[in-house]
Design a protein around this ligand. Structure first.
Ligand code: G3H
Ligand code: ZN
Length: 288
């Protein structure tokens, strides 16, 4: 069932777990994640990046795909459809076309401009019953062409952003998109704690770059106020590894494995398994 995530988020905060926000790329990705959520009886967020939205044909295509699959698959767990790292234009299109949650990522702008653009989206989102996530500091690494410096979120800027009336805060706390470097120092959990104190623990935080973060750090981040963990790469790694293994095996040569539905199956099943495993770590299983 497609819903606005407010209630899911409130429940996650009060019961100390996090929602997984998993990126979708196509039909198979969406099916695999919905299957995982239903199997785990977990509330979930499906996230679409600007790049993935372009790839799939636009916000309308994505919204219709998700709504139709949700219905056709008989999904009963709550599902939010979220714009991931949106620019202003795509955010407006997502609001118009039926997304239930949007992130505006102005982290590459001056803070004043980020604040100004985010502020404009607050009424646009809320009038349409849509949740709004804002970014302060930045996430390191690269995702779909979005390159971040990995700046730690400034405490005063975090307070200013929170005061706009946004619903979720994506704060840079040493997190990185994609693979973490060998010499990574871990999440700045003390800083996350400080940000929570500074904002009076009123707003849930979002942990971006969820792939490859050790489970104990994720659990500690949730304890300190994270209610949404974003995972993209982990599903891609699982898909890639399983598909490669299958293609390089003799199994691939048996039967009609040139049929894409058969060819992709090992990869798609691996996505589902990876997501189910993350849901367990985030504590959102059986919370639907
Ligand atoms: O916005 C999406 C995420 O932050 C995903 O990051 O690919 O490192 O899991 P990841
Ligand atoms: Zn991200």
């Amino acid at each position: 069932t497609i819903v606005n995530p407010t209630e899911m988020l409130n429940k996650a905060v009060s019961e100390h777990y996090a929602l997984g926000a998993f990126n979708i790329n196509n039909l198979e990705w969406t099916q695999a994640i919905l299957r995982a959520a239903q199997a785990k009886q977990a509330p979930i967020m499906l996230a679409a990046s600007v790049g993935a939205i372009k790839y799939m044909g636009g916000t309308k295509v994505v919204a219709n795909l998700v709504k139709n699959l949700d219905e056709a698959m008989g999904i009963t767990v709550p599902v939010a459809l979220h714009l991931d790292h949106g620019d202003f234009e795509t955010a407006m299109a997502a609001i118009h076309d039926g997304f239930t949650s949007i992130m505006y990522d102005g982290s590459m702008l001056d803070f004043a401009e980020n604040l100004e653009k985010t502020q404009k989206l607050v009424p646009a989102a809320h009038w349409n019953d849509i949740t709004l996530e804002a970014e302060i500091g930045s996430i390191g690494g690269e995702e779909d062409g979005i390159i971040g410096m990995g700046e730690i979120a400034d405490v005063d800027q975090t307070k200013e952003m929170a005061a706009l009336g946004v619903d979720l805060l994506a704060a840079g706390i040493g997190n990185v998109h994609g693979r973490y470097p060998e010499n990574w120092q871990g999440l700045s959990l003390d800083h996350l704690k400080e940000l929570g104190n500074a904002t009076g623990h009123k707003l849930p935080f979002v942990l971006h770059g969820g792939s490859g973060v050790p489970d104990d750090q994720i659990k500690e981040a949730i304890r300190l106020g994270v209610a949404k963990v974003n995972v993209n790469s982990e599903a891609q790694w699982a898909f890639h590894e399983a598909l490669r293994k299958f293609i390089l095996s003799d199994e691939d040569l048996k039967g009609k494995n040139y049929d894409p539905r058969k060819l992709l199956k090992p990869g798609v099943d691996a996505i589902q398994a990876a997501i189910e495993e993350r849901i367990d770590v985030f504590g959102s299983a059986n919370k639907a």
